[in-house]
Each structure stands twice: as structure tokens, then as C-alpha cells.
Design a protein around this ligand. Sequence first.
Ligand SMILES: CC(C)(COP(=O)(O)OP(=O)(O)OC[C@H]1O[C@@H](n2cnc3c(N)ncnc32)[C@H](O)[C@@H]1OP(=O)(O)O)[C@@H](O)C(=O)NCCC(=O)NCCS
Length: 135
Amino acid sequence: MIKYVNSIENINEDNIKGFFVGWANPPSSKKHLEILKGSTYFWLAVDEGKGKVVGFITAISDKIVSSYITFLEVLPEYRNIGIGTELFKRMKGTLENYYMIDLICDEKLVGFYRKFDMFKSQGMIIRNLKKQSGE
Ligand SMILES: CC(C)(COP(=O)(O)OP(=O)(O)OC[C@H]1O[C@@H](n2cnc3c(N)ncnc32)[C@H](O)[C@@H]1OP(=O)(O)O)[C@@H](O)C(=O)NCCC(=O)NCCS
């Protein structure tokens, strides 16, 4: 059974592991918790049976007009069973009163986000790889 929570009560470095798949220098579990705490909003998917976080979504906001979805990730062994969709729906609901709900994604995910009435725009980014781990 997967439950969805927006609190880090009972979440610790031991039960939030395995995320940032494919990153050269991923944030540690400790840094991951700091990312959640530092985000304006987040939702977690928790496998109740295993007592571990299996997906998360975060957003930052000015709390007036703009919001930006920073991360959405589901652990590989939990993908394609609707968890990413549920996390995104919950965050979209959380952000429903903002004028701007933005994110950057790879081309292959455009179809996934279109399902939630998002549309393509232009994006410009900087990626400072030396700072990827947050250390
Ligand atoms: C993208 C991601 C969060 C989706 O989570 P999920 O729990 O597998 O998603 P769901 O099961 O709710 O939905 C799966 C649907 O999205 C599609 N989908 C999932 N990942 C996809 C991908 N990489 N490319 C294209 N489509 C994808 C599936 O085909 C499926 O479509 P359907 O509903 O029409 O069958 C997950 O694949 C993931 O963690 N990817 C790595 C991190 C990432 O890329 N995050 C997005 C950053 S912008």
C-alpha cells in the first residue's frame, strides 16, 4: 500500500534512499532531507509495508504568483504503477492558486506532463556540476 504524505514525520536517512538515479554526484540521504526541508512544498510516496520513501516531488515558490517544480522521482522498482502521476496531481493541487507552475524536463517526458495540461515553453538553464551533491 502506497500512502502520500507532505510531512517528514518518521522520515529519516535510513528510509529515504536510492534516489537521484544516474546522477554523477548525487546528494546524500542527509542532503535529500535538507532538500525537502528547504523546499516550499513537497509530497512523498511511502511504501507502508516496507516503511520507506519510494517517490517524491518538490517545489519552490515566492508564495505570491510563481512556483517551480524542482524534482519528481520514483524509485526504479516502483515506476509505471501510477506513483509519479499521483505525486504530480497532488503537487498540482497544492500549487493550484499560483499564476506560474513551471518545470524543466527532457523531451521524452513532454508526453507525461502534457497529461496534466502543461504545455511546452522555452527554458534556459545553468548546471554547476561541482555543486551537484549539495556539499
Ligand atoms: C518520470 C517518473 C517520475 C514517472 O513516474 P512513474 O511512477 O513511473 O509514473 P506513472 O506510473 O504515474 O506514469 C507512467 C506513465 O508515464 C510514462 N512515463 C514514465 N516515465 C517516462 C519516461 N521516462 N519517458 C516517457 N514516458 C514516461 C509511462 O509510459 C506511463 O504512461 P501511461 O500512463 O500512458 O501508461 C519516473 O519515471 C522517474 O522517476 N523517472 C526518473 C526521474 C525523472 O526523469 N523525473 C522527471 C524529472 S522532470
